[in-house]
Design a protein around this ligand. Structure first.
Ligand code: HEM
Length: 293
């Protein structure tokens, strides 16, 4: 029976490598996907496919589309849609690196890696600002309900839709802001993680309060800090049974509902954005039957 790729519902690992690939011209992408479906060890990988690739191989996944670029007052949200997204997870950084290399080799006949970002856990699961990330994540059955497609038919049941964005923080600027300002940006206190009364409408947890949307907009966030020579920030990932909840949150963050922009943009901005369909798996292998592969 099909089940979700296990990494989606597992706790955030200590180490990760996020890889994005685009199709090479005139290559047999169908054959590579067929080979991927035959790989039997997907335990430490979560794999997703972009809408352009799905169309290329003749498939249709109704809720899948490309990441929409957005613009708000003083904020830009870019789309850098790729064809394959792969999240390699583990507790050993070397193992993660080697698994990523193996995956890249497995798809190299038709895909080129265009982005590789190393993610890591900071302390107990904090963003690099020190604020706890993931507090209001749904758990157990609620996590499955939010993140996993169900009752959609064979090949689709057990799949998930992931929105990914690499956010680049200006940590030097963030550190100049008084604690009152940074608490107001998030809407929670750094000292005790409590969501306090009286935060501004721009507070991030007010912009994204999942129960405040109609319909309610629950997602399962599995974001991780990243850092390299180009800077540091949060590699944001949100799994959903469609992109509707994420998109509703992002529209409100960019002020498209009421003109109020999320306070986060005072110190951070997204530099990438992609949407991917994560197929279910059967017996440890990707189930691509929805694509007739
Ligand atoms: C640099 C980027 C971001 C940072 C540092 C960040 C950080 C945080 C923090 C510290 C919290 C409070 C604790 C928690 O419940 O997790 C939070 C909550 C949340 N964030 Fe973000 N976040 C970022 C981007 C986003 C984006 C792009 C979205 C969706 C479009 C989002 C959706 C949410 C949601 C749904 C909640 C829980 C709200 C609730 O129901 O209380 N976040 N985030």
């Amino acid at each position: 029976m099909s089940a979700p790729q296990p990494g989606i519902l597992s706790p955030v690992p200590s180490h990760a490598r996020f890889l994005e690939f685009v199709a090479l011209p005139d290559c047999d992408t169908h054959a590579v996907l067929r080979d991927l479906a035959a790989l039997s060890d997907c335990q430490n990988l979560v794999v997703g496919f972009g809408s352009g690739l799905i169309r290329t191989v003749g498939g249709t996944i109704a809720a899948l589309h490309a990441f929409p670029a957005m613009s708000g007052t003083g904020c830009e949200v870019p789309s850098t849609q790729a064809d394959i997204w792969c999240w390699v997870t583990g507790e050993d950084r070397g193992e993660v690196l080697h698994q990523g290399r193996q995956f890249a080799a497995a798809v190299s006949a038709a895909f080129r890696c265009v982005r590789a970002v190393d993610g890591f856990r900071y302390k107990s699961g904090l963003d690099l600002t020190g604020y706890e990330d993931g507090t209001e994540n749904p758990e157990g059955e609620d996590a499955v309900e939010a993140a996993i497609l169900q009752s959609a038919g064979p090949g689709l049941d057990g799949s998930s839709f992931v929105a990914v964005q690499q956010w680049l923080h200006d940590l030097d600027h963030f550190e100049t802001l008084p604690r009152e300002d940074t608490d107001n940006i998030i809407g929670r206190r750094l000292s005790d993680n409590v969501e306090f009364d009286g935060s501004p409408e721009s507070a991030h947890v007010k912009r994204t309060a999942q129960e405040s949307f109609e319909p309610e907009a629950f997602v399962l966030r599995r974001s991780m800090p990243w850092a390299d020579d180009n800077g540091a920030g949060l590699y944001f990932t949100a799994f959903g049974k469609s992109f509707a909840a994420f998109e509703a949150q992002l529209k409100r963050m960019t002020g498209q509902e009421d003109g109020v922009v999320d306070g986060l943009f005072r110190f951070t901005r997204p530099i990438t954005g992609g949407y991917y369909w994560c197929p279910p798996q059967v017996d440890g292998s990707l189930d691509l039957s929805a694509l007739e592969i």
